[in-house]
Design a binder for this molecule. Structure first.
Ligand code: UGA
Length: 452
C-alpha cells in the first residue's frame, strides 16, 4: 500500500516516486557507477538519459540488455525504460539541451604512475563546454583526485563557446559492487561538494526522495572524502590480514580477534574479515591514487604504501599456504572455487583469486575453476583457464580444493561428495568459510587463514 510522507513523496515497499519535483538529468558513462546512477535516478522519478562513447554498449542497452551483473539492476533498467523515464543516447551533444544536470560517471583508470587517468573526464567536460546553450550543473561522480573540480571549471572556461551559466559539483558514490542498487537507494550518507546555492538546491531536490543524511561541503572536501573512505577501509583489511598472520604464529584465532575488536563501537566490526587481500577496481586503484595525490601535494603517504604492500603480500601468503599443503605444485590439479574479487559480482578486475591462480599456474599447477558468475569475464583475462560447469566438477580428480571467493553457494557443500571426488582430501580455504574442527572430523587436511 502506498502512503504519503511528510515531503509529499509516495513511498511503497518497492518503489519511491517523486510527485512534482523531478529533474532532467544526463548520466555520462554506463559502467557500474553510471548505469546504477541512471537507473536509480529514473526510479526516483527523474527523467534520465544515459550516454556512452561506446556505441555497442548503448545499442545493447536500447534493446534492454544489461552488460553488467548487478543485483536488482536489470529489472530496474527495464522498468524505468518502460515508463520512459530512462533513455539511452549515443552523443551527449544531442541531448544536452534537454537536461539541467549532467553526471560524469566515466572511468578513471590508473596510469602507470598510479595516479588516475582523467582524459575521459576532460573529454566530457569539453563536450559540455562546446555544446551547452543554457545553464548546466556538472556533477563529478567518478572517483577523482582532489582538485578535479577546479580542472573541470578551468576546462569549461577554456572551451566554453557561450556565456551560459554553469555550476560544478562533486558527489562521490559509496556503492559496493553487488549491492550497488540497494546502497544507492538506501545510502548511509550522501556527500555533496558545491560552490553555489543554486547547485546545492538542485542536488538537494534531486536526492530528496531518498530522505538520506546529506553532508553538504565544498568541492575539494567531497572529493577527498571518497579517497579517504576507501583508503581507510583498505587499511582496516590490511590490518586484520597482518593480525591473521600473527595469529598463525601464536595459536590465536583471527575470527575472535576481529569480533573482540569490532565490539568496540569506536572500531566497528565491518571490514575486519581476513582473506586473500582486497581486490576489485576500487580499493587497489584508489589506494594507489591516494598515494599519488598525496605525493603531488608534497606528502609521502607511508601508511598507505604499507597498506598496499601488505595487500600484495597477502596473496603470496595464500599461495604459500597452498604450496605448503601440496608440497610440489608442478603437475598437480587444483580445483578452485571462486574467481570474482568478492561474492555477488562477476567482476574479476584485480581479483586476488586471479592473481593466486596466476602464481599457481606459473609453478606448473593445472587449474580447474568454478565461479557462479565470473567465469566468462575470467576467460577474458586468462583465456587458457579451464572452467567447469559446477563446483563438484572442479574438484573431480583434483589434488586439492582451494576456495578463493566467499560465495554463499560455497557454504552449502556436500562434503562426502567432495571427498569422494578429490584425489586427496586437501582443502585450502582463503575465506574462512568452514569450521576447522568439523573439517578435521570429516577427514580433510584443512587450512584456513589465521585460525588454529
Ligand atoms: C568499495 C567500497 O566498499 C564502496 O563504498 C565504494 O563505493 C566502492 O569501493 C567504490 O569506490 O566504487 P567494492 O569495491 O564494490 O566497494 O567492494 P567491497 O565490498 O568494499 O570489497 C572490496 C574488497 O575488500 C573485496 O576484495 C573484499 O573481498 C575485500 N574485503 C572486504 C575483505 O577482504 N575483508 C572485509 O572485511 C571486507
Amino acid at each position: 500500500m502506498k502512503k504519503k510522507n511528510k515531503i509529499g513523496v509516495k513511498v511503497s515497499n518497492s518503489s519511491i516516486l517523486i510527485l512534482n519535483s523531478s529533474l532532467s538529468v544526463a548520466v555520462v558513462g554506463v559502467g557500474y557507477v553510471g548505469l546504477v546512477t541512471a537507473a536509480c535516478l529514473a526510479k526516483m522519478g527523474h527523467r534520465v538519459v544515459a550516454v556512452d562513447s561506446d556505441p555497442k554498449k548503448i545499442d545493447l542497452l536500447k534493446k534492454g540488455r544489461i552488460p553488467i551483473f548487478e543485483e536488482g539492476l536489470e529489472p530496474m533498467v527495464k522498468e524505468t525504460m518502460r515508463t520512459g523515464r530512462l533513455r539511452f543516447a549515443h552523443r551527449l551533444a544531442d541531448v544536452l539541451e534537454e537536461v539541467t544536470v549532467v553526471f560524469i560517471c566515466v572511468g578513471t583508470p590508473p596510469r602507470a604512475s598510479g595516479d588516475a587517468d582523467l582524459s575521459a573526464i576532460e573529454q566530457v567536460t569539453r563536450e559540455i563546454a562546446e555544446h551547452m546553450k543554457t545553464y548546466k550543473l556538472i556533477v563529478g561522480k567518478s572517483t577523482v583526485p582532489v582538485k578535479t573540480g577546479e580542472w573541470i571549471k578551468r576546462t569549461m572556461e577554456i572551451y566554453g563557446k557561450t556565456h551560459a551559466e554553469y555550476d560544478v559539483a562533486s558527489n562521490p558514490e559509496f556503492t559496493r559492487e553487488g549491492a550497488a542498487v540497494e546502497d544507492f537507494m538506501k545510502p548511509d550518507r550522501i556527500v555533496i561538494g558545491v560552490e553555489t546555492k543554486r547547485a546545492e538546491d538542485l542536488l538537494r531536490r534531486l536526492y530528496q526522495p531518498l530522505q538520506a543524511k546529506i553532508l553538504m561541503t565544498n568541492i575539494p572536501t567531497a572529493e577527498l572524502i571518497k579517497h579517504a573512505s576507501n583508503s581507510f577501509l583498505a587499511m582496516k583489511i590490511s590490518y586484520i590480514n597482518v593480525l591473521a598472520q600473527l595469529c598463525e604464529k601464536t595459536g590465536a584465532d583471527i575470527t575472535h580477534i576481529a569480533e573482540g575488536m569490532g565490539l568496540d563501537p569506536r572500531i566497528g566490526s565491518a571490514f575486519l574479515k581476513t582473506g586473500p587481500g582486497y581486490g576489485g577496481f576500487c580499493f587497489p586503484k584508489d589506494a594507489q591514487a591516494f598515494i599519488a595525490i598525496a605525493e603531488k601535494l608534497g606528502y609521502s603517504f607511508e601508511l598507505m604504501k604499507q597498506v598496499e604492500l601488505i595487500n600484495h603480500s597477502q596473496k603470496e601468503f595464500v599461495f604459500k599456504k597452498i604450496e605448503k599443503a601440496l608440497w610440489v605444485l608442478k603437475g598437480k590439479t587444483i580445483g578452485v572455487w571462486g574467481l570474482a574479487f568478492k561474492a555477488n559480482t562477476d567482476d574479476v578486475r584485480l581479483s586476488p583469486a586471479m592473481d593466486i591462480i596466476r602464481l599457481l599456474q606459473q609453478e606448473g599447477a593445472v587449474i580447474k575453476a568454478f565461479d557462479p558468475a565470473a567465469m566468462e569475464r575470467a576467460k577474458d583475462e586468462l583465456p587458457d583457464l579451464k572452467t567447469v560447469a559446477t563446483a563438484y566438477e572442479a574438484v573431480k580428480g583434483a589434488d586439492a580444493l582451494v576456495v578463493l571467493t566467499e560465495w554463499k553457494a560455497f557454504e552449502q557443500v556436500n562434503w562426502s561428495k567432495v571427498k569422494s571426488l578429490l584425489k586427496t582430501p586437501i582443502v585450502v580455504d582463503a575465506r574462512n568459510l568452514y569450521d576447522p574442527k568439523e573439517m578435521a572430523r570429516l577427514g580433510f587436511h584443512y587450512t584456513s587463514i589465521g585460525r588454529p
